[in-house]
Design a protein around this ligand. Structure first.
Ligand code: DC
Length: 223
């Protein structure tokens, strides 16, 4: 049976950085499910669909074939065979992903892909509904969070490093909006699974968080 680690939490909590390091340390596969929702959002944007057009998106999502491939241990997301990894990190795509991810047809499609992967491989999977819906049987579940301001600052610096200039206030407002949508949607809202370990990383360094989670994994594996 494969060993599954589920990491959920709001945007900018550090999920992907932490999950990648844990996966590398354990030689597990890292699965970034947000990237899959972003690839779907890019598909809708390219079709010229409006963020409020839920019916249009539900009808169109059948035309998007999303898959993932690993190149030198890095996840690449393919949209109808095109590697769209370089195009999915913008704020525009993130915003659209937050609007399109509640659509049932979108979730069903991507959830199945995620479940299949985790059944075959040892994975560290991050997202919003991994511990609650996608992998309810995961051996280790973590709910990773940090204050809204800390998360906005982290995103701001990340974008700055990529040469993108956005205002901190706007990023913070966007994060608050996105949190609200992710936590209040009807299907698979972001929430802590009952058996997940709550970790607030506002005042923790990356290595400290990674060590704490690895310690947890070790304890579970020794049982
Ligand atoms: O983690 P991220 O910013 O890349 O996620 C983009 C959007 O996708 C986010 O608004 C929530 C959504 N998402 C989701 O609904 N379920 C997941 N498992 C992962 C992401």
């Amino acid at each position: 049976m494969s060993f599954n680690i589920a990491i959920d939490g709001p945007a900018g909590a550090g999920k992907s950085t932490i999950a990648k390091k844990i996966a590398a340390k354990l030689s597990y596969i890292y699965v970034d499910t947000g990237a899959m929702y972003r690839a779907m959002a890019l598909y809708f944007l390219r079709l010229g669909l409006d963020a409020g057009d839920r019916e249009g998106m539900a009808a169109a999502c059948g035309g998007a074939d999303i898959s993932i491939r690993y190149v030198n241990g890095e996840q690449n997301v393919l949209l109808n065979e095109e590697n769209v990894t370089p195009y999915i990190r913008s704020e525009e795509v993130g915003k659209m992903a937050s609007q399109s991810s509640p659509i049932p047809q979108v979730r069903e499609k991507l959830t199945q892909l995620q479940k299949d992967l985790a059944a075959r491989e040892d994975v560290v999977m991050d997202g919003r509904d991994i511990g609650t819906c996608v992998l309810p049987g995961a051996q280790v579940k973590i709910y990773l969070t940090a204050s809204t301001h800390t998360r906005a600052l982290r995103r701001f610096r990340e974008l700055e490093e990529k040469g993108l200039k956005e205002s901190l206030e706007e990023i913070e407002a966007d994060i608050a909006d996105r949190d609200y949508r992710d936590m209040h949607r009807d299907i698979s809202p972001l929430r802590q699974a009952e058996d997940a370990w709550y970790l607030d990383t506002s005042d923790m360094g990356i290595d400290e968080v990674v060590a704490a989670i690895l310690n947890r994994v070790e304890q579970v594996r020794e049982r």
